[in-house]
Design a protein around this ligand. Structure first.
Ligand code: RIB
Ligand code: CA
Length: 316
């Protein structure tokens, strides 16, 4: 039995801000899932770049998948980026082909809401700031009930990357994240607690390159760039956060999670953007009104996840 026959191919809409790891997540979702559509959001870099990068990734991999452009800035927070990690254009120093196609629409919110109504058991996987998802909830308050699953790469119960306690996707638009955590439970939160345990480096880039395909060479170039940035910070491998979130949807048996109330901090001088996760015993939580509970992912069979990400790239 091959790995991609181990579970049914979930129907996925990927909301993303490509982004080095977002691009690898596109390849991973297309290989192990049925990638119904891609929506783009401002995040790692501006919306023009994230949208261009999503189109370029689909083109390089020969994917016939609709791409819909989304929000150009956060709901309230100032527009920040992660270009110092992802490069000025968002895909490091990888050379991209000239685009042969454009977006299918400039209304990601309408696509998200319409597709949730028309596609059964749809898994929305959001791996960038949650601006589009929050706007979709405002447009259709019943959105969550129409989805088979809502998984985000974001947050962290006991970890941060932009600050000691805040992860970039939540930190970049905390008001949007607060809406989504409050109004779209249950979320499967694939946060830094687990993504910091799934680390790829030079060996994985070499395994990718062995495929000798344009998509594999592209992904290996992205990984090399991410790996180089991580080494500047004293790390000897790179987390591929967003692709890990995709594997959490397609191969959930490889992950360990538990249900906890989670709320997004908006006002703390030092804690804005923190996903405040209540890990106290249920009786203690029940003693007072608690935020909605979500499935917090803690651990994974890291090597199995790594091998699946490499497998997806090699077969893209
Ligand atoms: O904190 C990691 C997340 O922020 C990933 O989704 C990465 O692409 C960036 O958007
Ligand atoms: Ca991302």
């Amino acid at each position: 039995m091959t790995s991609d026959t181990m579970s049914p191919r979930p129907r996925i809409v990927l909301d993303c801000d490509p982004g080095l790891d977002d691009a690898i997540a596109i390849l991973t979702a297309a290989h192990f899932g049925e990638l119904v559509g891609i929506t783009t959001v401002n995040g790692n870099v501006g919306i023009e770049h994230t949208t261009h990068n999503a189109l370029a990734t689909a083109q390089i991999a020969g994917l016939d998948v609709p791409v819909h452009r989304g929000a150009a800035r956060p709901l309230i927070a100032p527009t920040m980026d992660a270009a110092r990690i992802h490069g000025a254009t968002g895909l490091g120093d990888v050379t991209l082909p000239g685009l042969t196609r454009s977006v299918d629409s400039e209304d990601a919110v309408a696509f998200l809401c319409d597709t949730a109504r028309s596609v059964d058991d749809l898994h929305l996987v959001a791996v960038g700031p949650l601006t589009n998802v929050a706007l979709a909830l405002r447009h259709d308050p019943d959105l969550r009930s129409r989805l088979g699953g809502l998984t985000i790469m974001g947050g962290g119960a006991h970890a941060g990357n932009v600050t000691p306690v805040a992860e970039f996707n939540v930190w970049a638009d905390p008001e949007a994240a607060a809406i989504v955590f409050r109004e779209a439970a249950p979320i499967t939160m694939v946060g830094l607690d687990v993504t910091h345990k799934v680390l790829l480096g030079g060996d994985e880039a070499a395994r990718m390159r062995s495929a000798g395909t344009p998509a594999a060479d592209f992904a290996a170039g992205l990984l090399d760039y991410a790996y180089d940035r991580c080494r500047e910070y004293g790390l000897d491998a790179a987390p591929v956060h967003d692709a890990t979130a995709i594997i959490a949807v397609t191969h959930p048996h490889l992950f360990r999670s538990s249900s906890h109330p989670v709320a997004v901090e908006l006002h703390g001088e030092h804690t804005r953007g923190m996903t405040v996760t209540d890990v106290r015993p249920a009786a203690a939580i029940a003693a007072a009104p608690a935020p909605p509970a979500h499935d917090v992912v803690w651990d994974a069979d890291a090597q199995a996840v790594i091998d699946l990400i490499v497998e997806a790239v090699v077969n893209s």
